[in-house]
Design a protein. Structure first.
Lengths: 500, 278
């Protein structure tokens, strides 16, 4: 008997011109793992919210068809009843915590169910072990990193003993290591508990080998396919799949483990490295830039030049000083030591790009910008900016701030973006580079950096410790390497570079 | 150390009563010293923002009172006949404003201490069932304060990046996106509460209330301070009647000194006894 059924599901948000979902019929059997993918704004979050009744009970709007979860019809059962059947993990870790410390947060849902204290204690101890958060149990949530918070959020959902788990892009706000930790937890739950799991996730390369089916949402409708058929069809897919399709590998490998069987048949990687393009005019020069927060080192003695026409990726673990360095160059922080030379118009797009949007419509946000900046947003011009999906908001914020700048400073611009939008962002940045702008981009997205940047800086403890072309810097990195590099080694970074 | 939320609630009520009922400058100064001691024992040097906000709040009534009141005989300065603020500024008006201002500073100090000494979970577990919903709303509001401050800073920075002014003139432009951001966060909180079974019916409690002799001592001292403040208050200080304050009674001094109990207990070892509620 299926644990979840969607029967001709349709939904339109209040005052929306078009439905978000239309005619979706599917079923999920116990223990299945379903990956939801689709472009930004395709309705992944909406579909997941239909499962626990947030749509339509919290959102309003026009709901048609029928969704049942563990036999309960979501139209006639409230979210708080469905919450014990399906645990929900939201995209933003901060948005889901009610209390200040981890153990109290885990108990909150159980207290709402009125369970006796010994039973609560038992469940909390079990979930702490399942999710591996024992060292965090006495911590205040405000002191946890993003990845730790998301693991606590998963534990808070699991402690209710749900029969299924819905995760709405749980890693989109996290750096690669934190994202890896969170996905490890999810995969362990799947392997050890057989937890029925539905996950919307852009990091397809990590999760694809473990899913039973992939649901692809596009133009309000959904395709339900086996993983190999789905990735062969296009959309978000792991880089090894791109390589496998080019090389004609059968069956298509979904992960590195399967791909390694085929890899020895490929030619060895070349060792010829192109030099860093140092021809562009120097647009900005940093000399010994340093900054400390209350005595704690954030940026220490950074010296470098940024040139016109260059896209530079700035990578490093959380807290390595990337954001502070961008803020120093943008003039939002004053360097405590060192100098910054260069009289250019710099534009900084922060991680939380939402803060940049405050007009009533997209058209108002873009007023006064050149036509080429406005063109990509023609279809959204009458929409309220905060009603756009997170990826769409990110695109808009970049366009709003970066249109006329010579030096673009972007902080994690690909967070929450789907592959199509990332590709569009790459094209936009390359075009700006060709017209003489310079870009410095703090990012954790190795695949995107390898595709977009022509220079990579690695940063740790406030210092830059590696500087060079992507092949040189990412090609021999244990942490910052692409999936193709992990597969083939040498200096191959992207599937299209590999001769087949 | 005092960790019991009831003990801190009793202490806070007694502290607020002392701050607002006894306006004698001597008692206010003593209460300020007591609060600084308790603060240093539990928060150390952290949380200076509360004191800065309190200081700003304390100055406002002084300025208002000095500028608008024309009563009193002790002249501070005489301004030319400017509308509203012109005329004689008196020491009595300044003293009256200062009395109110210091009371505000003391209030901010009392409230500033509570977030680091009481956890919302403990506070919620104290509430009777009918007040639980209101209590959750208060707990969420408290959690919202730092997030709203961070959103305000991010929006201010973003407006600067887009070339907007960031002074007082831009306040309406800042408030609208701040309001929208806060509303979005509130909706997400609501969804999270729903998804975790909030409002399902009878609620149980996970955290046992922990008691020690020191907690009992703190409650007793706070209740004693409250009763002494309410029943035997010091003579009211009215600078317009007599600018020089009279010496407070020994009872009033003892009432304020009792509020230092948490600072004293911070020096002593603690033995807990759990009282289970579930």
């Amino acid at each position: 008997m299926p644990i979840i059924t969607l029967d001709d599901l349709g939904y339109r948000y209040p005052e929306a011109d078009a439905p978000a979902l239309e005619g979706i019929t599917a079923r999920v059997d116990p223990g299945e793992v379903i990956l939801l993918r689709g472009p930004s704004g395709s309705g992944k979050s909406t579909l997941l919210r239909c499962l626990n009744g947030l749509v339509p009970h919290s959102t309003g709007g026009q709901f048609s068809g029928r969704v049942t979860v563990c036999g309960l019809d979501t139209r006639t059962h409230l979210t708080r009843e469905l919450g014990t059947r399906i645990g929900f993990v939201f995209q933003h870790p901060d948005a889901q915590f009610v209390l200040e410390d981890v153990e109290a947060e885990l108990a909150f849902g159980l207290e709402n169910l009125g369970l006796a204290r010994p039973l609560m204690r038992k469940r909390i101890e079990e979930v702490i072990d399942q999710v591996g958060i024992h060292p965090l149990r006495r911590r205040r949530i405000a002191t946890l990193s993003g990845g730790e918070r998301q693991r606590v959020a998963i534990a808070a959902a699991l402690v209710m003993h749900p029969q299924a788990l819905a995760l709405d892009e749980p890693t989109s706000q996290l750096d690669p290591q934190a994202a890896e930790d969170v996905l490890q937890v999810v995969l362990r739950l799947v392997a050890e508990l057989g937890m029925t799991t539905m996950i919307a996730e852009h990091r397809v390369e990590r999760i694809a080998p473990f899913v039973d089916r992939i649901w692809t949402l596009e133009s309000r409708t959904m395709r339900d396919q086996a993983p190999r058929a789905a990735v062969a069809d296009g959309g978000a897919r792991p880089p090894v799949v791109d390589l496998a399709i080019r090389a004609g590998w059968v069956p298509i490998p979904l992960g590195l483990r399967d791909a390694r069987i085929h890899a020895p048949r490929l030619p060895a990687a070349t060792q010829n490295l192109p030099p860093i393009d140092g021809r562009g005019e120097v647009i900005c020069r940093l000399e010994g830039l340093s900054f400390r927060y209350d005595g704690a080192r954030a940026v220490e003695g950074v010296s470098m030049t940024l040139r016109r026409g260059q896209v530079t990726a700035l990578m490093g673990r959380n807290g390595s000083g990337k954001t502070t360095l961008l803020k120093l160059i943008a003039g939002l922080q004053r360097p405590q030591r060192g100098h910054l030379h260069g009289e250019v118009t710099a534009a900084y797009v922060p991680q939380d790009a939402d803060a940049l949007l405050f007009a009533a419509t997209v058209e108002d946000e873009l007023r006064g910008l050149p036509p080429e900046s406005v063109a990509p947003f023609r279809d959204w011009r009458h929409r309220y900016p905060r009603d756009l999906s997170s990826g769409e908001r990110q695109q808009l914020a970049i366009a709003v701030v970066a249109a006329r700048a010579d030096l673009l400073l972007l902080d994690e611009p690909t967070r929450g973006l789907d592959p199509t939008v990332k590709q569009a962002l790459t094209s936009f940045l390359r075009t700006r580079a060709e017209t003489g702008a310079s870009m410095l981009i703090a990012t954790h997205d190795v695949e995107w950096a390898a595709r977009t940047a022509d220079r990579v800086l690695l940063m740790a403890d406030g210092e830059i410790y590696a500087d060079g072309p992507p092949r040189s810097v990412l090609g021999d990195s244990l942490v910052f390497s692409t999936q193709i590099n992990k597969l083939l080694g040498g200096q191959w970074l992207l599937p299209e570079e590999v001769p087949v | 150390m005092i960790r019991n939320p009831l003990a801190w609630c009793a202490w806070a009520i007694a502290g607020l009563a002392a701050a607002f009922i006894d306006r004698s400058p001597f008692l206010q100064a003593l209460l300020l010293l007591v609060l600084i001691n308790v603060w240093l024992s539990y928060r150390g040097r952290r949380g200076s923002t509360y004191w800065k906000v309190g200081a700003v709040l304390a100055v406002i009534p002084i300025l208002f009172s000095a500028a608008l009141s024309r009563f009193g005989h002790h002249l501070l300065v005489k301004l030319p006949p400017i509308p509203i603020i012109g005329g004689a500024w008196t020491w009595e008006a300044v003293a009256y404003g200062a009395s109110t201002g210091v009371a505000l500073l003391l209030t901010v100090a009392v409230f500033g201490l509570l977030p680091s000494t009481i956890r919302s979970a403990d506070l919620l577990s104290l509430l009777p069932q009918p007040l639980y919903r209101a209590g959750t709303a208060v707990a969420l509001s408290l959690a919202f304060v730092p997030k709203t401050a961070a959103s305000f800073q991010a929006i201010r920075e973003a407006r600067r990046l887009r070339g907007h002014r960031t002074g007082w003139h831009s306040a309406p432009g800042l408030l609208v996106p701040l309001l929208l951001t806060t509303l979005e966060q509130a909706i997400q909180y609501g969804e999270s509460l729903d998804a975790r079974g909030y409002g399902s019916g009878h609620r149980s409690r996970y955290h046992p209330l922990r008691w020690s002799g020191l907690d009992a001592a703190a409650i007793a001292a706070s209740l004693a301070a409250l009763i002494l403040t309410l029943v035997l208050p010091s003579g009211p200080y009215n600078p317009y009647v007599d600018l020089a304050p009279t010496m407070p009674t020994a009872v009033s001094l003892i009432a304020v000194m009792l509020l230092a109990t948490p600072a004293v207990t911070a020096l002593l070892p603690r033995t807990d006894h759990a009282h289970h509620h579930a």
